[in-house]
Ligand binder design. Sequence first.
Ligand SMILES: [Zn+2]
Length: 174
Amino acid sequence: MKALPLEGRPITLRFDAGLRAHRGKLLAGSGARGIAVHAASFVRRREIVLDRTLKKNREECARVLVHELFHFAWVKLGNRMRREFERLLEGEMGSRARGELGWSAEMRKVKLVPADLARRSSAWREYVCESFCETGAWLYSGVGRHEEFTLAGRFRSARREWFERSGFGVRIPV
Ligand SMILES: [Zn+2]
């Protein structure tokens, strides 16, 4: 993985075992509650927690870490740029684009109904955020191929252009 041009205050990174998320809270250890997750970000605390199993898989670790870093970038992005990225995804939906660039976006995308777009529901906005993070990870984690990269080429190109135009190749405020 190339060094990312991150700009911002330090973010603590730690590994933990058996991460599960339940009602917006991260649980570590072997409790039965919640759903298994690879990672979680705490933007205000400036902390990223990655599942310990990722240590054994460099590529997946890089992809998940860059995804989490882009959660910080999303917060710093500002409304105008967030809205611009949202419009890009609206265009994709209008073109009936299938697939995504990672499961966390894909699992949300497949559940969307037209009304979510029309009223910009929380499900839609969550999807937009996850899609932004997955696109960042696709572009900057150095992972070229992955079974979760299912978005068609022309839509990928438009996303790459948007990210480059936004200057993320030069600086990523986090
Ligand atoms: Zn995410």
